[in-house]
Design a protein around this ligand. Structure first.
Ligand SMILES: *Cc1c(COP(=O)(O)O)cnc(C)c1O
Length: 345
């Protein structure tokens, strides 16, 4: 029998709402969200529009829907989207780019989930009649498969300037944007400013059970509303979950620094093992990528960790990912290090 999970580093999505968050949810004022009558949803949308420096915002059930709705507003079938080859919608949204938007992807290369302006420039189509239109440029901040890396602000500005000059719209997948905010000290609105659309996820490091909020111009959000409705994302008394998101914005943002410290603590505890390659200065936020260079493959390592009560995930044959979050403290990290030191040999 598999023992219970003692330290769960699978993802920052596994957090459970705290008692105080649950109280906020229980006490939320609610109304019919589809009629724009849920005061808590309305307050959350207002709050996120301000946070991201945009005219309007829209509460959605997931980050996946925020991405898919955005792609559909910005593009037409046959258009092309430029994104790093590790971008979330390419791998984890069940082909929605193709199935829902009818759009194709130009995957871009570069270390740690980021491409540079020269790479983007070379990929923008020259506008020949037989080519797809380059229509949307995509940045994921922080980069998930890039190990939680933070795109430097200068690079964000370079690639988005280039996109605008080429007539492309720009989208910020900010599932973990607030991790970048806390780690960099750059405000969310400054990160979001060069983008036509940007969103944050409440169900990752912020520790809420459900939801994302997408922001952009009033016209963009009007269109996004229609697609939210069409895709079955319009809700009723959604203030119950919006209250958790508001609670998270009030109480769980600054503490992301603890997750970042715990990720560094974990990395420091593993970096000297002979079976492991781990770049300490690549641990910028709450994700640690562990490359196995000994005899052990990642799937076996994952099983061995799991048998000892620690959960991580294999992202490739030789790569494990560990993610820190609100439900793991420094003592838990130390237990994970002890276990990992038995396994990574
Ligand atoms: C998790 C994630 C998403 C999707 O968000 P869900 O709320 O899980 O649908 C999108 N982009 C990135 C970078 C993510 O990590």
């Amino acid at each position: 029998m598999t023992p219970p999970i003692d330290v769960d580093l699978y993802s920052d999505t596994i957090t459970r709402p705290t008692p105080a968050m649950r109280r906020a949810m229980a006490e939320a004022e609610v109304g019919d969200e589809q009629l724009l009558e849920d005061p808590t949803v309305n307050a959350l949308q207002q709050r996120v529009a301000e946070l991201l420096g945009k005219e309007a915002a829209l509460f959605l059930p997931s980050g996946t829907m925020a991405n898919q709705v955005s792609i559909r507003v910005h593009t037409r079938p046959g258009d092309e989207l430029l994104a790093h080859r590790t971008a979330h919608p390419i791998h984890f949204e069940v082909g929605g780019i193709a199935a829902l938007a009818g759009v194709q992807v130009r995957p871009l290369d570069g270390p740690r989930g980021q491409y540079d302006a020269a790479t983007a420039e070379a990929a923008i189509r020259p506008g020949w009649r037989e080519m797809p239109r380059s229509r949307l440029l995509w940045v994921e901040q922080t980069s998930n498969l890039g190990g939680g890396s933070i795109w430097p602000l200068e690079r964000v500005r370079e690639v988005t300037d280039l996109a605008r000059r080429g007539g492309l719209a720009t989208h910020l997948d900010g599932a973990r944007l607030l991790n970048a905010v806390v780690a960099s000290g750059v405000a969310a609105r400054d990160w979001a400013a060069p983008f036509d659309s940007a969103w944050i996820d409440f169900s990752k490091g912020l520790g809420a059970p459900i939801g994302s909020c997408l922001a952009g111009s009033a016209a963009f959000i009007d269109e996004a509303w229609r697609l939210k409705q069409q895709m079955g994302g319009a809700m009723r008394q959604a203030g119950i979950i919006a209250a958790a998101a508001l609670y998270a914005l009030d109480h769980h943002v600054d503490r992301l620094a603890d997750d970042h410290a715990n990720a560094r603590r974990l990395a420091n505890g593993l970096a000297d093992l002979p079976g492991v390659r781990l770049e300490l200065d690549h641990v910028e936020t709450n994700i640690v990528l562990i490359e196995l260079i000994g005899s052990l493959d990642a799937a076996t390592a994952m099983d061995e960790l799991r048998r000892r009560g620690v959960r991580m995930v294999d992202l490739g044959p030789r790569t494990l990912r560990a993610v820190t979050h609100l439900d793991v403290d420094a003592a838990g990290i130390d237990r994970a290090i002890d276990v990992a030191r038995q396994v990574f040999v």
